[in-house]
Design a protein around this ligand. Structure first.
Ligand code: SAH
Length: 206
């Protein structure tokens, strides 16, 4: 297994959203956070020889990070076809031979029913925009249906919600860690050059 640092360096070439849409909360997962999440998943045995599904894959950051750690294959799902084009280009930049399928679909209504060991990774919309409240809940519902284990990035302060959601859906939070999430200024309503959000990552066994 490679180091976390090596993975982060491989992900440095992953380009961000060309024209990010605020309504879909399109923020690229920072490479250090993606490397951290996938490295931990790999250490737990949750990547190698498994199907990895990235819900709301956007630029493909998490899907590509997983692809570099020996899964059987990777599926990246996004409701917006535009970033999937960026994800394809990012795949060429990263240069992995892993089988990756980019699927243009709503992750909350996913016509997927894998019959193989499946790990979901995701950095879903946090529900910060008014028309998108509880977006992460619907993503978690898909994770519960698809995967036997998932890793997801949420707003700081989500732990109680995540733990009770998991419990209500036959799951259990086994690991939780905090992570800084650097957001560049990319929308008109952003007033600072960049901003660091406090986020939390949860591993859930379903
Ligand atoms: N890990 C991604 C994070 C992208 S941000 C990256 O690093 O690029 C959240 C993503 O979820 C966006 O790409 C957005 O288009 C997508 N999204 C929002 N609602 C969705 C839905 N209902 N189904 C699938 N994807 C969705």
């Amino acid at each position: 297994m490679g180091t976390k640092r090596a993975l982060e360096q491989q992900l440095a070439v992953v380009a961000g959203f060309e024209r990010p849409k605020a309504s879909l909360e399109q923020y690229r997962t920072p490479p250090d956070l993606a490397a951290h999440l996938i490295h931990i998943a790999d250490l737990q045995g949750d990547v190698e020889d498994r199907l990895v599904v990235d819900l709301g894959t956007g630029t493909g950051m998490l899907a590509l990070a997983a692809a570099l750690r020996g899964p059987t294959r990777v599926v990246g799902v996004d409701v917006d076809p535009k970033p999937l084009q960026t994800a394809r280009e990012n795949r060429r930049r990263v240069g992995t031979r892993t089988d990756i399928e980019w699927v243009n679909a709503d992750a909350t209504q996913l016509p997927l029913c894998p019959d193989e060991p499946t790990t979901v990774v995701m950095n879903p919309p946090f529900g910060a925009q008014d028309d998108n409240v509880h977006a992460d809940r619907a993503f978690l519902e898909t994770a519960a249906a698809l995967a036997d284990v998932s890793y997801s990035v949420h707003n700081a302060g989500s732990q109680q919600f995540i733990e009770s959601f998991a419990e209500d859906h036959g799951g259990e939070v086994t690991h939780a860690f905090q992570a800084a999430f650097e957001v560049p200024k990319q929308f008109d309503f952003h007033t600072e050059a960049s901003r660091t959000l406090d986020t939390e990552v949860f591993r859930i066994e379903w």
